[in-house]
Design a binder for this molecule. Structure first.
Ligand code: TEU
Ligand code: CA
Length: 549
């Protein structure tokens, strides 16, 4: 089958915050259908849809209660079918979010499993005896506390790497794996085009369940025993053989902690596992002693080293995904650019130029295409994300971080930065809802919104359209070989892409100062850039230029 997913651009929708069609303050599926022409105008090929399945929303849909039903707040299965049909009418494919490392504790499987040790569903989940009154291991859950929840009735603990309402599924059970393949088949038979697989490299655990070196208190400080476990490739190949190989799909595995070497095994052409993976190396630059909660400065050379390792590492084997942001990460311009009024759009175009001229499949997160920024709420009561709320409570109550210290981390890196409603216009609530939004809209919606961007030919929105069109018109953008230049440069990211005798030079100034570089190249023409170029190679603050050599 043609590897169309290498030439595609993916747009991620977090439905809860995308567009509310019925005024209840919550984004919904009909709201997506209403915006399909907007996405077609942008020029994207695939929508990655964050979970829309029935869920109690402990983790906003990443805790699934019924894999074959639509969350009431998002609408009905008819709404879903209408959205799928509308997307396909525009030639846009739909990639569902497959969350099968864990389910909700309200899923029927878990209710049965917890009901009795003799239940047929007992081994759908991971139950273990404690040790001397303590949990089975000293692992910390990503959302705080122990990764084990005690169950009085059976005097056993169940594993939950995330919240205690997200019990981990037991992939050692072949019956459970069969259930997963069946639900995947259900959606593929409905006509969806692929899956983004949530923390899929955690599904194989080390069967010895060893303790970590230190007591995990959570928030990712836990032991790495649940990454890339011993049977992970067996499971991925079985999933491919049993389901994916029977359809023309696009797949991406979300893999915290994955290395380039491991990514070759997941995405190699002859591996029959996945098309690509999401790694976390670049989004973790500048992590402090408490990770993202006390972030530090990062250097451009760190970013270059990471991107280059992945570009070169997967050049011959495998394929890269490319992203700046998603529903777990802060807004790209605030994180890696400059969200001041003077430089917001220019640095947004610079970041987009860099990402979309790298080799791999680019992902655009909702609102990134017209330059949405981080939000800085004053009160913890304005935040909604379980990870942020738990971390604020735990780090301040244990005196590990002061309110001001962790609020800096929440403002810079909290997940709600990317979950405030998409700002469609300068109307109330940014045109997202006629009701009261489930989370407040960023007050800067008055100036930063899709409607204003679409009207302005110099906007970031139209620049993204040009980058996407460039990819469609030039195989070099998709297949060209990447070569890093100026590796030690802390202001300018420079690289070339070469394909069939043609070479393009990409220059991105990450700094707020004008940079002058002498490079041994003759310019034939300027392909794209965020400013009218002056003599090569002078780059004004946040200037980006792509030249054909
Ligand atoms: O995220 C996996 C994950 O590792 C995140 O917890 C992320 O590393 C962290 O939030 C960054 O600080 C996936 C989903 O994308 C996320 O929304 C879910 O909360 C999580 O899995 C559990 O399903
Ligand atoms: Ca709604």
């Amino acid at each position: 089958m043609k590897q169309w997913w290498k030439e595609a651009v993916v747009y991620q929708i977090y439905p809860r915050s995308f567009n509310d069609s019925n005024g209840d303050g919550i984004g919904d599926i009909q709201g997506i259908t209403e915006k399909m022409s907007y996405l077609a105008e942008l020029g994207i090929d695939v929508i990655w849809l964050s979970p829309v399945y029935d869920s109690p929303n402990d983790d906003n849909g990443y805790d699934i209660r019924d894999y074959r039903a639509i969350m009431d707040e998002f609408g009905t299965m008819q709404d879903f079918d209408a959205m799928l049909e509308e997307a396909h009418r525009y030639g846009i494919k739909i990639m569902m979010d497959l969350v099968v490392n864990h389910s909700s504790d309200e899923h029927q499987w878990f209710i049965e499993s917890r009901s009795s040790k003799e239940s047929l569903y007992r081994d759908y989940y991971i139950w273990k005896k404690g040790k001397d009154g303590q949990p089975p291991t000293n692992w910390g859950a990503f959302f705080g506390g122990s990764a084990w929840q005690y169950d009085e009735a059976s005097d056993e603990y169940y594993l939950h790497l995330f919240s205690k309402k997200q019990p981990d599924l037991n992939w050692e059970s072949e019956t459970l794996r069969r259930e997963v393949y069946d639900l995947m088949t259900y959606w593929l038979d409905k006509g969806v085009d692929g899956f983004r697989m949530d923390v899929i490299n955690m599904i194989s655990k080390d069967p010895s369940y060893p303790d970590g070196q230190t007591q995990g208190t959570g928030y990712g400080d836990g032991t790495p025993f649940f990454f890339n476990g011993p049977r992970i490739h067996e499971f991925m190949q079985e999933m491919n053989r049993e389901v994916l190989s029977k359809y023309d799909t696009i797949t991406v595995g979300e893999m915290p902690g994955v290395s380039v070497e491991e990514a070759k095994l997941y995405t190699g052409e002859d591996r029959n596992e996945l098309n690509m993976v999401f790694h976390f190396e670049h989004v973790d630059v500048g992590n402090g002693s408490f990770g993202k909660w006390n972030p530090t400065d990062w250097k451009l050379t760190e970013l270059k080293t990471i991107f280059s390792r992945w570009q070169e590492g997967l050049e011959e084997e495998g394929w890269n995904s490319l992203y700046w942001s998603n529903h777990d990460q802060p807004r790209a311009i605030s994180r890696f650019g400059n969200d001041s009024p003077e430089y917001r759009v220019r640095s947004g175009k610079m970041l987009a130029t860099l990402l979309h001229l790298l080799k791999g499949t680019p992902y655009i997160y909702q609102g990134e295409e017209f330059g949405m920024t981080n939000v800085a709420f004053d009160s913890i009561d304005q935040y909604r994300d379980i990870e942020t709320l738990n971390a604020y409570r735990d780090y301040t109550s244990k005196g590990l971080l002061t309110h001001d210290e962790i609020f800096r981390g929440i403002h810079e890196r909290g997940r709600d930065n990317s979950r405030t409603p998409v700002q469609w216009s300068n109307e109330a609530h940014g045109g997202f809802t006629t009701g009261t939004p489930w989370i407040e809209v960023n007050p800067n919606y008055v100036d930063i919104n899709a409607e204003a961007a679409r009207k302005d030919p110099e906007s970031l929105f139209h620049y993204y359209r040009q980058l996407i069109a460039l990819r469609k018109a030039n195989p070099l953008v998709v297949y060209g070989k990447y070569e890093l230049l100026l590796p030690e440069d802390e202001a300018v990211y420079a690289f070339t892409r070469s394909f069939e005798g043609e070479t393009w030079l990409v220059l991105c100034n990450f700094s707020g100062d004008t940079q002058q570089r002498d490079l041994p190249y003759d310019v034939k023409e300027r392909v794209i850039g965020n400013m009218e170029p002056i003599e090569p190679f002078t780059l004004r603050p946040y200037e980006a230029q792509v030249y054909k050599l």
